[in-house]
Design a protein around this ligand. Sequence first.
Ligand SMILES: N[C@@H](CCC(=O)N[C@@H](CS)C(=O)NCC(=O)O)C(=O)O
Length: 239
Amino acid sequence: MIKLHGFGPAFNLIDPSPFVTKIDLIMLAQGIDFERVNDMSSLQKAPKNKLPFIDDNGTIICDSVFIIDHLIAKHGLSLDDWMSAEQAATAQLLGKSLDENLYWALVYSRWIKDDVWPQIKAQFFDPLPFPINKIIARHARNSTKKQFMGHGMGKHSNEEIIQIAHKSWRSLSTLLGDKPYFFGDRLCTFDATAFAMLSGFTLSSLDTELGTQAQTYRNLVRFTKRIATAYYPEHVQVS
Ligand SMILES: N[C@@H](CCC(=O)N[C@@H](CS)C(=O)NCC(=O)O)C(=O)O
């Protein structure tokens, strides 16, 4: 059976990582048998030092992109087979926009904002023994700050990051409209990416400025709630 290595449920999310959540939802939606492996050592074991990775009977695959390709090749993943070539190409590029841009606004809202950081620290690091918990927490936050600056999002002000996030949410809200899913009546892998990235703002129990603002996009909130209710009734509370 496939083992999906992630961080584990937190903040009213099946996983705080949108990349882990994306793969989790894709496998659930496709009915692929898998087991969640959530322990603090997963990240140390990750060959590329990032989660998710999967262990498919000894074959290790890192990165959500390559995991999806593996699921298509080895497990008949066919969530996108009904789409036209043009829809599939559009969906692929939209997914990358969320992975590579909106994701960094999510990172900002959690790891960089001083008012939210204590909630992150309490969840991930406070349970570790003292004093290692302090050392690891400081190291993890510094490393995230470095990546955030390196990406370029870290060069922006709070207002500019909010503006960037709103541009993605506004476009997503327009694209979704009143449809159940982004490309019509059927869920595709892009819906999994969108759910994963949006629910970090709309369903997360973390109290963040960006989360509050994302919740004003009512159709996006309905979209994330509908998917959470269908796939994660035990893990995600939907009010
Ligand atoms: N391109 C990767 C991104 C994975 C990624 O950035 N994972 C983050 C969690 S959301 C991570 O493991 N970060 C740990 C670190 O950078 O130390 C994918 O699509 O899977």
